[in-house]
Design a protein. Structure first.
Length: 414
């Protein structure tokens, strides 16, 4: 936890965890933050991450100790006991690795300013989801990535070197080609100081525009009321996500698009939600205003039945009247991969055809649609669920292959 003077400092950057399901991403986040992000009952039962998890860490540096031992998450140096210097707060976005949850991972990638690409030293590199996660990060425009060679405590020195060579070979020609590769044991907190040093040197805080019209991508939404709470004592719905630009303050009038689904005349429609911010919460407490970076929980005057069970995930939040219009159709300038990613067999990607169903990820929104026009690199899609997005936004494209939706390319909204 941060020191008292830093207790209400909002984390300034989001760092994701990428990689195969068994590579130890959640264990690594726990080693850095002290928090186990997989809290859903099904996650605990199955031992995997299903929903996007998040946890905050605060990095410090000892003025006396040499690198990398000087880096820690403690206000007193664990090596010499000297008071440490606060560096910055970091929000970790823990994404699921299982192939059936790939669409959830792509949604999380939209909020990341950088990533830890976690690989298991006891498994051959790459695993199927390693390729898929790396391409998703590339599509999201991510450039700052640290490769993490986890589980070095359960293998021999010879296997560690062999695995390191596998990672280097896999990295050739990819966005991680020049990334640091940090050997660690997340389970035993080994080399965590070295990892923090690599994060501080390789994943800088991006430049923000706090004066812009604020926009937040909704990643989670909750009903925080306990069963049996009296109506007069009930709190409004809570929205969780990351502010990508601008600043929100308590009392702001906001809109949420495309909003909530309603049935009218036998037709499914979406209604923009208008509400007021009643509170702004970061991991260490309540603040009066919040800007870009980190993950924020926003209390509202919405009925909690609307926000419960992640009911608003995929929406965009902004000040009233400032968001783009929602759209039920979208035109994309597309680029397809040569091979389908995430399958053991390297299946070629065929051209997109008219009347083909596709799944699209636009920031944290996941929607499906039918292609009504496909010509060379331009496709037009009728959407089942409308989106709220600006031109030039990137879109991940997935096709049904076997029993799963597989990533086949990306597009840019025209």
């Amino acid at each position: 936890m941060p020191s008292k003077e830093n207790s209400l400092i909002q984390p300034e950057i989001n760092i994701g965890t990428l990689g195969h399901v068994d590579n130890g991403k959640s264990t690594l986040v726990q080693a850095l933050t002290g928090i186990w992000t997989s809290k859903h009952s099904e996650e605990l039962r199955r031992g995997i991450t299903i929903r996007i998890g998040y946890a905050d860490a605060y990095f410090y540096k000892c003025p006396n100790c040499k690198e990398p031992q000087c880096y820690s998450t403690k206000k007193k140096c664990p090596v010499c006991g000297e008071k440490t210097k606060f560096l910055r707060g970091v929000s970790f976005v823990d994404c699921p690795g299982h192939h059936s949850l790939m669409l959830t991972m792509i949604s999380g990638a939209a909020l990341m300013d950088g990533a830890l690409f976690v690989l298991a030293a006891d498994a051959k590199c790459p695993q199927a989801q390693d390729r898929e996660h790396l391409l998703a990060a590339e599509m999201a425009g991510m450039e700052n990535i640290v490769a993490v060679q986890n589980k070095i405590d359960i293998i021999s020195k010879e296997r560690a070197i062999e695995n390191y060579d596998e990672i280097k070979e896999f990295a050739k020609g990819k966005i991680i080609e020049n990334s640091s590769i940090i050997p660690i044991s997340a389970h035993n907190n080994a080399n965590i100081d070295l990892l923090i040093q690599a994060i501080e040197k390789n994943i800088p805080t991006p430049k923000r525009d706090p004066g812009a019209n604020p926009v937040m991508h909704v990643l989670r939404s909750f009903d925080v009321n306990k069963p049996g709470t009296d109506v007069v004592d009930m709190a409004g719905g809570v929205i969780g996500g990351s502010i990508i630009k601008g600043t929100f303050e308590t009392g702001d009038e906001i809109e949420i698009k495309p909003g909530t689904r309603i049935e009218k005349g036998g037709k499914t429609m979406y209604r923009t939600l208008l509400t007021t911010i009643t509170s702004l919460n970061i991991s260490t407490g309540t603040v009066e205003k919040a800007g870009p970076g980190g993950l924020v929980g926003i209390g509202s005057s919405l009925c909690p039945s609307i926000t419960k069970s992640d009911g608003l995930v995929g929406n965009i939040m902004g000040k009233a009247g400032k968001l783009p219009e929602t759209s039920e159709k979208v035109a994309l300038d597309i680029k397809l991969f040569e091979k389908v990613v995430g399958t053991k067999e390297q299946v070629p990607v065929d051209k997109i055809r008219s009347n083909e169903p596709l799944v699209l990820n636009v920031a944290t929104s996941v929607t499906s649609g039918i292609v009504n026009s496909a010509r060379e690199n331009i496709i037009e899609i009728d959407l089942k669920r409308p989106i709220c997005a600006e031109p030039n936004n990137k879109v991940a494209i997935s096709r049904r292959i076997g029993d799963s939706w597989r990533l086949i390319g990306f597009g840019v909204i025209k």
